[in-house]
Design a protein around this ligand. Structure first.
Ligand code: ASN
Length: 306
């Protein structure tokens, strides 16, 4: 099994060596699996369980003071599962797999996704807070958590951080936008011969409006897969969704470009269309590996047990 993982595109990480060791472990864990879906979920599980990443434990906190998780998963046969806006769910990629394999749907949201997880034995009610996220949250001037603050009050505050309204989701250059842990979304592409799975898991963007869902659980945006290969993205989810970034990368593979070119082109297209920053990992069906980003950093790891 060939596996590539990313730990999010953004600024340079505080402890890159520790994070790299975890990414290496995640890729190695995935590469031991028997099939690409199991590989993808196992690799993301390593990272969702670690508090350094903005996925599972350590997930970003939304404007009402609740961390919620999102994940999406797709295989080369175009089977898709995604789950989003889940409070207390660490193993979001497991829930995405459940949606793919146990339901006739492609996405389940909110409390119903949490109930589905519980019904199938995925742990719920997990405390996703860490010391670092608590500290960061406590330092933010957020309107009192609902129900005392209205959605309108939250929106006013959120608009100030993200630039407000439609248009680019790049945070205001004033500096109150994305911070050091916003880039720690995690993603994976796994390949066994000509079979693929691509998956992404996140807590989303810090202090986004309660209930906000980004690119990660949207097929073609945070993840995509076909017989040509697979891709997983990271960055400002609103902008990634506007250009369906993962789908673009895989479309390049389908037009016979290799993984390296597909990754570069997808980032260029995202930047041209939105002015935003993002990163992507890609595997193609000739064994090619692609990774590209226009942010300051994106850590990745590759493992291949062949
Ligand atoms: N850092 C990230 O990759 C965030 C993620 N794409 C989101 O917008 O939810």
């Amino acid at each position: 099994m060939q596996v590539i993982v990313h730990g999010g595109a953004g600024g340079p990480a505080d402890e890159p060596a520790d994070r790299q060791a975890l990414l290496d472990e995640a890729a190695a864990t995935g590469s031991e699996a028997d099939d690409p879906t199991t590989a993808a979920v196992a690799a993301l599980g390593v990272l969702e369980h670690d508090e350094r990443f903005n996925a599972g434990v350590g997930a970003a906190v939304q404007s009402d003071g609740i961390p919620r998780t999102d994940a999406g998963l797709m295989t080369d046969d175009r089977a898709v599962g995604a789950a989003c806006a889940m409070p207390g769910v660490r193993d979001a990629a497991e829930v995405a797999r459940l949606v793919k394999e146990e339901t006739p749907h492609v996405q389940v949201a909110g409390v119903h996704a949490v109930d589905l997880a519980a019904d199938f034995g995925v742990e719920t009610g997990v405390d996703l807070w860490t010391e670092a996220t608590r500290e960061r949250w406590d330092g933010m001037d957020v309107p009192a958590p609902e129900p005392t603050a209205s959605t309108g009050e939250h929106l006013e505050w959120v608009g100030g951080r993200f630039g407000g309204g439609a248009g680019t989701a790049v945070p205001d250059s004033g500096g109150t936008g994305d911070g050091p842990h916003d880039h720690d979304t995690v993603g994976v592409v796994a390949r066994e011969h000509d079979r693929f799975a691509a998956a992404t898991s996140t807590g989303g963007r810090w202090a986004a409006l309660a209930g906000r869902v980004g690119d990660v659980p949207q097929v073609g945006c945070g993840f995509y897969c076909s017989r040509a290969g697979g891709a997983s993205t990271t960055g400002a989810g609103e902008d990634i969704a506007r250009v369906t970034m993962a789908r673009r990368a895989v479309a390049h593979l389908e037009m016979s470009r290799d993984a390296a070119d597909a990754a570069e082109l997808a980032v260029e297209e995202l930047a041209d269309a939105t002015g935003s920053e993002a990163g992507i990992i890609v595997l193609d069906n000739a064994g090619g590996v692609g990774k590209a980003y226009n942010s300051d950093a994106m850590q990745t790891a590759v493992a291949d047990d062949a």
